[in-house]
Design a binder for this molecule. Structure first.
Ligand SMILES: [Zn+2]
Length: 256
Protein backbone atom coordinates (compact mmCIF):
# COMPACT_ATOMS: atom_id res chain seq x y z
CA UNK A 1 0.00 0.00 0.00
CA UNK A 2 1.35 3.37 -1.03
CA UNK A 3 0.21 6.63 0.50
CA UNK A 4 0.99 9.79 -1.45
CA UNK A 5 1.74 12.88 0.61
CA UNK A 6 2.28 15.45 -2.13
CA UNK A 7 -1.16 17.00 -1.93
CA UNK A 8 -2.40 18.77 1.17
CA UNK A 9 -5.63 20.37 2.11
CA UNK A 10 -5.50 23.63 4.06
CA UNK A 11 -9.02 22.89 5.22
CA UNK A 12 -8.55 21.64 8.75
CA UNK A 13 -8.25 22.77 12.34
CA UNK A 14 -7.30 21.30 15.72
CA UNK A 15 -9.16 18.53 17.44
CA UNK A 16 -8.85 16.28 20.46
CA UNK A 17 -6.77 13.16 19.83
CA UNK A 18 -9.69 10.82 20.26
CA UNK A 19 -10.39 9.02 17.03
CA UNK A 20 -13.44 6.81 17.42
CA UNK A 21 -14.81 6.40 13.91
CA UNK A 22 -14.19 6.31 10.18
CA UNK A 23 -16.67 8.04 7.86
CA UNK A 24 -16.81 6.75 4.29
CA UNK A 25 -17.66 9.16 1.49
CA UNK A 26 -17.90 9.30 -2.28
CA UNK A 27 -16.62 12.44 -3.93
CA UNK A 28 -19.62 12.78 -6.23
CA UNK A 29 -17.33 14.18 -8.89
CA UNK A 30 -17.64 17.69 -7.55
CA UNK A 31 -15.37 17.05 -4.60
CA UNK A 32 -12.32 16.21 -6.71
CA UNK A 33 -8.81 16.31 -5.33
CA UNK A 34 -8.51 19.89 -6.54
CA UNK A 35 -11.63 20.85 -4.66
CA UNK A 36 -10.46 19.09 -1.51
CA UNK A 37 -7.16 20.95 -1.72
CA UNK A 38 -8.59 24.36 -2.57
CA UNK A 39 -7.66 27.14 -0.17
CA UNK A 40 -10.32 27.72 2.42
CA UNK A 41 -12.70 30.59 1.66
CA UNK A 42 -13.00 33.04 4.51
CA UNK A 43 -16.06 34.45 6.21
CA UNK A 44 -16.90 38.11 6.75
CA UNK A 45 -14.34 38.29 9.57
CA UNK A 46 -11.57 37.01 7.32
CA UNK A 47 -11.51 33.69 9.16
CA UNK A 48 -11.56 30.32 7.41
CA UNK A 49 -15.14 29.10 7.55
CA UNK A 50 -15.64 25.35 7.79
CA UNK A 51 -19.17 25.74 6.50
CA UNK A 52 -17.86 26.98 3.17
CA UNK A 53 -15.30 24.32 2.40
CA UNK A 54 -14.69 20.62 2.74
CA UNK A 55 -11.76 18.30 3.20
CA UNK A 56 -11.03 14.72 4.14
CA UNK A 57 -8.06 12.91 5.59
CA UNK A 58 -7.76 10.57 2.64
CA UNK A 59 -8.84 10.45 -0.97
CA UNK A 60 -8.65 7.13 -2.83
CA UNK A 61 -8.69 7.40 -6.61
CA UNK A 62 -10.31 4.87 -8.89
CA UNK A 63 -6.82 3.59 -9.69
CA UNK A 64 -6.26 2.84 -6.00
CA UNK A 65 -3.94 5.76 -5.30
CA UNK A 66 -4.25 6.95 -1.72
CA UNK A 67 -3.72 10.67 -1.12
CA UNK A 68 -3.34 11.82 2.46
CA UNK A 69 -4.67 15.37 2.47
CA UNK A 70 -4.92 16.04 6.20
CA UNK A 71 -2.99 14.48 9.11
CA UNK A 72 -5.09 12.07 11.14
CA UNK A 73 -4.42 14.17 14.23
CA UNK A 74 -6.06 17.23 12.67
CA UNK A 75 -9.77 17.85 12.26
CA UNK A 76 -10.80 17.60 8.61
CA UNK A 77 -14.16 18.98 7.50
CA UNK A 78 -16.02 16.09 5.94
CA UNK A 79 -18.95 15.12 8.11
CA UNK A 80 -20.87 18.32 8.87
CA UNK A 81 -22.78 19.01 12.03
CA UNK A 82 -24.80 15.81 12.27
CA UNK A 83 -24.11 12.84 14.51
CA UNK A 84 -22.20 9.59 14.20
CA UNK A 85 -24.41 6.67 15.30
CA UNK A 86 -23.40 5.66 18.82
CA UNK A 87 -21.80 9.04 19.56
CA UNK A 88 -24.66 11.38 20.44
CA UNK A 89 -23.64 14.92 21.26
CA UNK A 90 -20.17 14.54 19.79
CA UNK A 91 -19.02 16.51 16.77
CA UNK A 92 -18.44 14.01 13.92
CA UNK A 93 -15.37 15.84 12.62
CA UNK A 94 -13.84 15.90 16.11
CA UNK A 95 -13.83 12.14 16.45
CA UNK A 96 -13.53 10.67 12.96
CA UNK A 97 -11.26 10.08 10.02
CA UNK A 98 -12.84 10.91 6.67
CA UNK A 99 -12.10 8.78 3.62
CA UNK A 100 -13.32 9.96 0.21
CA UNK A 101 -13.66 7.46 -2.62
CA UNK A 102 -13.50 8.96 -6.09
CA UNK A 103 -16.91 8.15 -7.55
CA UNK A 104 -19.77 9.98 -9.27
CA UNK A 105 -22.08 8.85 -6.44
CA UNK A 106 -24.91 8.16 -8.88
CA UNK A 107 -25.48 4.50 -7.93
CA UNK A 108 -24.12 3.45 -11.35
CA UNK A 109 -20.48 4.47 -11.34
CA UNK A 110 -18.48 1.40 -10.19
CA UNK A 111 -15.88 1.26 -7.41
CA UNK A 112 -13.02 -0.62 -9.12
CA UNK A 113 -11.17 -3.46 -7.39
CA UNK A 114 -7.95 -1.44 -7.11
CA UNK A 115 -9.84 1.28 -5.24
CA UNK A 116 -11.60 -1.14 -2.91
CA UNK A 117 -8.38 -3.04 -2.20
CA UNK A 118 -6.61 0.19 -1.27
CA UNK A 119 -9.55 1.16 0.93
CA UNK A 120 -9.37 -2.16 2.76
CA UNK A 121 -5.65 -1.90 3.43
CA UNK A 122 -5.88 1.69 4.61
CA UNK A 123 -8.83 0.91 6.89
CA UNK A 124 -7.07 -2.10 8.40
CA UNK A 125 -4.11 0.06 9.36
CA UNK A 126 -6.36 2.76 10.82
CA UNK A 127 -8.20 0.08 12.82
CA UNK A 128 -4.93 -1.03 14.36
CA UNK A 129 -3.85 2.51 15.22
CA UNK A 130 -7.07 3.38 17.06
CA UNK A 131 -8.44 -0.07 17.99
CA UNK A 132 -11.56 0.54 15.91
CA UNK A 133 -14.28 -2.07 15.59
CA UNK A 134 -16.66 -2.69 12.73
CA UNK A 135 -19.29 -0.52 14.41
CA UNK A 136 -16.88 2.41 14.19
CA UNK A 137 -17.14 2.44 10.39
CA UNK A 138 -20.07 4.47 9.11
CA UNK A 139 -21.11 6.06 5.85
CA UNK A 140 -21.74 9.75 5.38
CA UNK A 141 -25.35 8.78 4.74
CA UNK A 142 -25.56 7.22 8.22
CA UNK A 143 -24.13 10.39 9.74
CA UNK A 144 -26.44 12.72 7.80
CA UNK A 145 -29.39 10.60 6.62
CA UNK A 146 -31.51 13.52 5.50
CA UNK A 147 -28.76 15.44 3.70
CA UNK A 148 -26.29 12.92 2.25
CA UNK A 149 -26.52 9.72 0.24
CA UNK A 150 -22.83 8.91 -0.20
CA UNK A 151 -21.13 6.60 -0.88
CA UNK A 152 -23.95 5.55 -3.20
CA UNK A 153 -23.53 2.23 -5.00
CA UNK A 154 -20.80 0.98 -2.66
CA UNK A 155 -21.45 -2.43 -1.08
CA UNK A 156 -20.52 -1.26 2.40
CA UNK A 157 -21.27 -4.59 4.11
CA UNK A 158 -18.96 -6.38 1.70
CA UNK A 159 -16.26 -3.75 2.23
CA UNK A 160 -16.50 -4.15 6.01
CA UNK A 161 -16.57 -7.96 5.74
CA UNK A 162 -13.29 -7.73 3.88
CA UNK A 163 -11.75 -5.17 6.22
CA UNK A 164 -12.53 -7.30 9.26
CA UNK A 165 -12.04 -10.70 7.63
CA UNK A 166 -8.98 -11.74 9.61
CA UNK A 167 -9.50 -10.12 12.95
CA UNK A 168 -11.00 -11.47 16.14
CA UNK A 169 -14.52 -12.67 15.33
CA UNK A 170 -15.20 -15.25 18.00
CA UNK A 171 -18.90 -14.39 18.13
CA UNK A 172 -19.38 -15.67 14.60
CA UNK A 173 -16.55 -18.20 14.42
CA UNK A 174 -17.39 -21.62 13.01
CA UNK A 175 -16.64 -24.70 15.10
CA UNK A 176 -12.95 -25.52 15.25
CA UNK A 177 -11.89 -28.30 12.85
CA UNK A 178 -11.10 -31.79 14.25
CA UNK A 179 -7.48 -32.31 15.23
CA UNK A 180 -5.14 -34.16 12.87
CA UNK A 181 -1.72 -35.57 13.71
CA UNK A 182 0.62 -32.77 14.78
CA UNK A 183 -2.25 -30.42 15.65
CA UNK A 184 -2.78 -28.76 18.99
CA UNK A 185 -5.80 -26.82 20.13
CA UNK A 186 -4.93 -23.15 20.77
CA UNK A 187 -8.14 -21.09 21.12
CA UNK A 188 -6.04 -18.07 21.98
CA UNK A 189 -5.64 -14.52 20.75
CA UNK A 190 -2.31 -13.55 19.24
CA UNK A 191 -0.80 -10.25 18.24
CA UNK A 192 0.93 -9.75 14.89
CA UNK A 193 4.60 -8.79 15.37
CA UNK A 194 5.64 -8.16 11.78
CA UNK A 195 4.62 -5.28 9.51
CA UNK A 196 2.46 -7.29 7.13
CA UNK A 197 1.54 -10.92 7.65
CA UNK A 198 -0.15 -12.93 4.94
CA UNK A 199 -3.03 -15.22 5.82
CA UNK A 200 -2.74 -18.20 3.45
CA UNK A 201 -5.36 -20.70 2.40
CA UNK A 202 -2.94 -23.53 3.35
CA UNK A 203 0.02 -23.64 5.78
CA UNK A 204 2.75 -22.80 3.29
CA UNK A 205 4.00 -19.74 1.43
CA UNK A 206 2.94 -21.10 -1.97
CA UNK A 207 -0.73 -21.07 -0.99
CA UNK A 208 -3.10 -18.34 -2.12
CA UNK A 209 -3.21 -15.22 0.06
CA UNK A 210 -6.61 -15.02 1.76
CA UNK A 211 -6.03 -11.79 3.67
CA UNK A 212 -3.39 -9.57 5.20
CA UNK A 213 -3.02 -8.64 8.85
CA UNK A 214 -0.78 -5.94 10.22
CA UNK A 215 1.53 -5.18 13.10
CA UNK A 216 -0.35 -4.97 16.37
CA UNK A 217 -3.53 -6.50 14.99
CA UNK A 218 -5.11 -9.29 17.03
CA UNK A 219 -6.04 -12.61 15.50
CA UNK A 220 -7.72 -15.60 17.07
CA UNK A 221 -6.10 -18.96 16.41
CA UNK A 222 -8.04 -22.15 17.11
CA UNK A 223 -5.60 -24.85 15.97
CA UNK A 224 -1.81 -24.90 15.54
CA UNK A 225 -0.49 -27.33 12.92
CA UNK A 226 3.03 -28.73 12.83
CA UNK A 227 2.71 -31.53 10.24
CA UNK A 228 2.56 -30.92 6.50
CA UNK A 229 3.52 -27.30 7.01
CA UNK A 230 6.35 -25.21 5.61
CA UNK A 231 9.11 -24.34 8.08
CA UNK A 232 9.63 -20.58 8.35
CA UNK A 233 13.10 -19.87 9.74
CA UNK A 234 12.97 -23.33 11.28
CA UNK A 235 9.51 -22.84 12.80
CA UNK A 236 6.97 -25.38 11.50
CA UNK A 237 4.00 -24.00 13.45
CA UNK A 238 1.14 -22.54 11.45
CA UNK A 239 -1.98 -21.25 13.15
CA UNK A 240 -5.47 -21.75 11.75
CA UNK A 241 -7.56 -18.62 12.22
CA UNK A 242 -10.74 -19.21 14.19
CA UNK A 243 -12.80 -17.33 11.61
CA UNK A 244 -11.86 -20.03 9.10
CA UNK A 245 -10.17 -17.73 6.61
CA UNK A 246 -6.75 -19.43 6.52
CA UNK A 247 -3.36 -19.93 8.19
CA UNK A 248 -0.52 -17.73 9.43
CA UNK A 249 3.03 -18.67 10.36
CA UNK A 250 3.26 -18.61 14.17
CA UNK A 251 6.79 -17.23 13.73
CA UNK A 252 5.24 -13.79 13.31
CA UNK A 253 2.73 -13.67 16.14
CA UNK A 254 2.90 -13.51 19.91
CA UNK A 255 0.35 -14.45 22.51
CA UNK A 256 -1.73 -11.35 23.23
ZN1 LIG B 1 -19.69 12.72 2.06
Amino acid sequence: MNITHDRHSPNFNQRPWTIKAVVWHATGGRTSIGHLCDPAPVNADGQPDPRLVVSAHYLISKKGEIFQLVDEGKRAWHAGADEIPGHPGEDPNDISIGIELENLNNDKDPYPDAQVTAAIELAQQINVRYALTRAAHVTHHQVAPTRKVDPLGLDVDDLLDRIFVAVHTSATAPTAPPLAEGDTRANKTYRVITNTLYVRQAPNTQAVIAARVYYGQRIEVDVIKTKGTEAINGDVRWGHLANGIGFVSMRYVQEA
